[in-house]
Design a binder for this molecule. Sequence first.
Ligand SMILES: Nc1nc2c(ncn2[C@@H]2O[C@H](COP(=O)(O)OP(=O)(O)OP(=O)(O)O)[C@@H](O)[C@H]2O)c(=O)[nH]1
Length: 318
Amino acid sequence: MEESAEFMHLVLNSIEEHIAVIDVSGVICFVNQSWLNFGDENQCLSNQNWTEMNYLNICDQASSAGDDFGHQAGAGIRKVISGQINSYSLEYPCHSDEEHRWFIMHVSPFEFNKANYFVITHQDVTERKLAELAVKELVRLDGLTDIYNRRAFDEFLQQEWVLCLTLQQPISLAVIDLDHFKQLNDSYGHLAGDDCLKQIAQRLKKLSDSPRFWCARYGGEEFALIMGNTDVVAAKQVCDEFTEQIHRLNIPNIDSPVKPYITASIGLAEVRPTDQSNAVNLLNQADTLLYTAKEKGRNRIEISCQTPDLEWNQVSVI
Ligand SMILES: Nc1nc2c(ncn2[C@@H]2O[C@H](COP(=O)(O)OP(=O)(O)OP(=O)(O)O)[C@@H](O)[C@H]2O)c(=O)[nH]1
């Protein structure tokens, strides 16, 4: 029996997963070597006598410090202890200063000498998570231009809207459409058209080098730029700079009635989000303005801001 206990200890200590066993009140009765090593390596509660600590208290402390995963872990473990559920799993981030890491915590019960115990394992799933994130990122990218696609754009617009609503900041949206792009395709071929789209996308991407800016290819020859915490004055400057850069690219479009090189029309709208307004309305407005810019002769920018009573005010010159 002693031999088999030692054998089981060796087995548990050779396992990579961090393992702890708790009793019904959350007191830790056992931890394996990986658990101890992780604590030491991460200076988290190192040199602690783990087998006297209460795991539920640790979760509760993390929860009171604002850690939502601490809250979820504590609630999940309690459900297993009370028999409401048979087992519980939680994936959570645990980033160090050097790297991003993710773990899965799993809790399951067992009985020993008529007492209930619970095994808590923490498994490093960073590799799988990074692969998952890479695939997710691929799905969000436009295959031709390598900037975000429309699907990602929709997500970012929603996110940025909520953030601006919460922080009471303005949000601006520019919808950009190349002028007479069909002519360019017809004059120089589809590959030249592709190359033009790529060059323009890269300029837009460079210009959106801010954590609150999101650019995307919105459709064929249409791009969009979300500018969080940016009012219409600042947004107009960004759009002017972009227009200037497009002109400087000097991509020939000899048969365009506007200029002998590629140009763009832009619809730019700004809102200070409230519970009464919404992101779709902002998008529709930017689209309408783009249409007006096209009608008024192209190679221009049309701008408007939403007033507190949800009217749109046309802004002619800034
Ligand atoms: N090369 C290339 N062309 C594309 C791509 N996606 C859409 N297009 C072309 O973009 C052109 C868009 O034409 P229209 O919608 O008539 O617009 P336009 O010629 O730019 O005219 P306006 O927008 O009215 O100024 C079409 O000829 C499409 O075939 C693409 O990925 N690559």
